[in-house]
Design a protein around this ligand. Structure first.
Ligand code: SAM
Length: 240
C-alpha cells in the first residue's frame, strides 16, 4: 500500500475506475405476480436520474417535507415501514437485487404508498445525480460485509462514498449505518475519522449498542442475531 493509500484509509484516492460492488442481482425465478409488478409498476416508480438533478422532492406526486435515501434495501421491509410511518416524507430506495425490488413493489401496492421511488441498480448513481444538500437522511443498513481481506475493496463505504453522502445531506442531516461485522464498524469509523463533514454522534457506548428511536429491524439483522452476531448502530451528522 502506498503512503497516499494509507492516508485515505486503505483505498487509492478515488479517481480509480468504479468497482462493481455486488455479485448476482437475480435470485430464484420470480412468481407471475412479482414479474407482473416489475413489468407494470416498476417503470412509473423508477427514479429518473435526470429529473433527480432538479431535487428529489420533484419525483413525488405531492409535496414532501424532506427526502430520505435507503441504500441496499434488501426486501424493502424497513423502507416500506418508514414510508408508511412518515407519510409526509419522501423515500428513495436503491437495490440491485431484482427479487428484493419485487418484494418492495408488493409492499407499496399492499399499503398504497405514494411516497417511495426506487431504482434497481447501484446507489452510487443516485448519489452522483443528487444535488448538494438535498436529503435529510441516508440509511445504510447491513451493507454487504465482504469479510475477506481481498474482498474489502468491494465495500461500499470508502472515502469517496462518505464525501458523496456528506455532499447530498442537508446540514444537520444524518447518515445512519448498521452492521453486525465488527471489522466493518471499525473500517467505517476509521474513514469517518479522516474527514470532517460527518460527525459520529456517540457519547456513551449505548449510543452505538442500542438502535436509534424508531428502529425497525431488517431481515438481515434478524438473520445476524439468529446466528449470534451483535449489531452496532452508528449515526453520523453532517455539520453545517
Ligand atoms: C446484506 S444485504 C442487507 C439488506 C437490507 N439492508 C437488510 O438489512 O435486510 C446488503 C444489500 O445491499 C445491496 N447492495 C449491494 N451493493 C449495492 C449498491 N452498490 N447499491 C445499492 N445496493 C447495494 C445488496 O444487493 C443487498 O441487498
Amino acid at each position: 500500500m502506498t503512503e497516499r493509500e494509507q492516508n485515505s484509509g486503505g483505498e487509492a484516492p478515488e479517481k480509480a475506475p468504479r468497482r462493481q460492488l455486488y455479485g448476482r442481482s437475480k435470485g430464484k425465478a420470480l412468481r407471475a405476480a412479482q414479474a407482473g409488478r416489475i413489468e407494470n409498476h416498476l417503470p412509473a416508480l423508477t427514479i429518473d436520474l435526470e429529473r433527480l438533478k432538479d431535487g428529489p422532492a420533484t419525483l413525488f406526486p405531492r409535496p414532501v417535507s424532506g427526502v430520505t435515501l435507503e441504500i441496499g434495501f434488501g426486501g424493502g421491509e424497513h423502507l416500506a415501514h418508514m414510508a408508511a410511518s412518515n407519510p409526509e416524507m419522501g423515500y428513495l430506495g436503491v437495490e440491485p437485487f431484482l427479487n428484493g425490488v419485487a418484494k418492495l413493489l408488493h409492499a407499496i401496492e399492499e399499503n398504497s404508498l405514494d411516497n417511495i421511488r426506487l431504482l434497481r441498480g447501484d446507489a452510487r448513481d443516485v448519489l452522483a445525480a443528487l444535488p448538494e444538500a438535498s436529503l435529510s437522511r441516508v440509511y445504510l443498513l447491513y451493507p454487504d460485509p465482504w469479510p475477506k481481506r481481498r474482498q474489502r475493496k468491494r465495500r461500499i463505504v470508502d472515502m469517496r462514498f462518505l464525501e458523496e453522502v456528506a455532499r447530498v445531506l442537508q446540514p444537520g442531516g444524518e447518515l445512519r449505518f448498521a452492521t453486525d461485522i465488527d471489522d466493518y464498524a471499525g473500517w467505517t469509523l476509521a474513514r469517518i475519522a479522516q474527514q470532517s463533514r460527518l460527525n459520529w454522534l456517540a457519547e456513551v457506548a449505548d449510543d452505538w449498542r442500542l438502535p436509534w428511536d424508531g428502529w425497525y429491524r431488517t431481515r438481515y439483522e434478524e438473520k445476524a442475531i439468529r446466528e449470534g452476531r451483535t449489531p452496532g448502530y452508528f449515526r453520523f451528522r453532517k455539520e453545517a
